[in-house]
Design a protein around this ligand. Structure first.
Ligand code: F6P
Length: 320
């Protein structure tokens, strides 16, 4: 093992830079060279890369985004795209590749590893926290904190105006972000794709709260539940209460990573290099019950992470 490649792929997540920094510096401590591919899988398709040194990753641990840039790259889902990726790995003498991204990036890494024979290590990084096998992904804690700060502010307006706010958070098709954000802002209602949502129940909770004197409320809705514009309109029409929609959007993906996201990224970066150094490949580094472990990247791709529904039930009790 002499030369490690590194790529960030899919949606950016706060802490990706901290992971790049850790990979580069741990690799350097073992006399390994690191080559960074730019703009996700596009960098492998176009052979667009640069050498990363301990100095070139200085001053980045505190920044969101990724210095390597990233992309969604449908071209890499084709045989031709993967073939070009294999050529780039060979022409740069890459003996192991660290892939920082979500489950889509892991699937692509698996394919590239199988075709090229180059060992792959996946580092889970996405604000959605939807990667199977890890309790937490890089960026999740930051996104939760960003959303909580925003919703605390929205709460001021909700209370002052006796308004109901539907706040849409990201999370793709899953409710990990919504459930954690919902419970930590004291949301009156949390809506996630994993639980069938019955509009009449939502109206009923809001009406009951209003009868008890609670005329404002926050509904945290995962983007995966469907049309939140329609939901907002329906709540207004069925409860008679002033109702507004606030979509938090991409602000959740940016910003300085929290200490927790930076720490997780540093631990994952370190373990990735150690695994490659030990001659292991096709693994994903994961965080399970408080420690960093590794599992087969294939198992991570094939598994489906379950949402802990007890969080939603607890939120209901706490919102009474
Ligand atoms: O996976 C991260 C995420 O921000 C999701 O929460 C969201 O659904 C999606 O990416 C948006 O993707 P894009 O940046 O391609 O619009």
């Amino acid at each position: 093992m002499k030369n490690i490649g590194i790529v960030t792929s899919g949606g950016d997540a706060p802490g990706m830079n901290a992971a790049i920094r850790a990979v580069v510096r741990v690799a350097h401590s073992k006399d390994l060279k690191v080559t960074g591919f730019k703009k996700g899988w596009h960098g492998l398709i176009r052979n667009d890369c640069m050498v990363l040194t301990p100095r070139s990753v200085s001053g980045i641990i505190q920044h969101g985004g990724t210095i390597l840039h990233t992309s969604r790259c449908p071209e890499f889902n084709t045989e031709e795209g993967v073939e070009k990726g294999c050529e780039s790995l060979a022409s740069n003498n890459i003996d192991g590749l660290v892939v920082i991204g979500g489950d889509g990036s892991f699937r692509a890494a698996l394919e590239l590893g199988n075709k090229s024979g180059v060992p792959m290590i996946g580092i889970p990084a996405t604000i959605d926290n939807d990667v199977f096998g890890t309790d937490e992904t890089i960026g999740f804690d930051t996104a939760v904190n960003t959303a909580v700060q925003q919703i605390d502010k929205i709460r001021d307006t909700a209370v002052s105006h006796d308004r109901i706010f539907v706040v849409e958070v990201m999370g793709r098709k899953r409710g990990f972000l919504a459930s954690t954000v919902g419970i930590t802002v004291g949301a009156e209602i949390i809506l996630v794709p994993e639980v069938e949502f019955i509009a009449e129940n939502v109206f009923e909770i809001i009406r009951e709260n209003a009868e008890k004197g609670k005329k404002s409320g926050i509904i945290v809705a995962a983007e995966g539940i469907g049309d939140t514009h329609q939901l907002t309109k329906d709540i207004r029409e069925n409860t008679g209460l002033e109702t507004r929609l606030s979509i938090l959007g991409y602000a959740q993906r940016g910003g300085n990573p929290t200490a927790r996201s930076r720490l997780l990224a540093s631990l994952f970066g370190n373990r990735s290099v150690e695994l490659l150094f030990e001659g292991q490949g096709n693994k994903a580094v994961v965080f399970q019950n408080g420690s960093v472990k590794s599992i087969d990247i294939k198992d991570s791709c094939e598994g489906e992470k379950r949402l802990d529904l007890s969080l939603i039930r607890l939120a209901e009790i706490l919102a009474k």
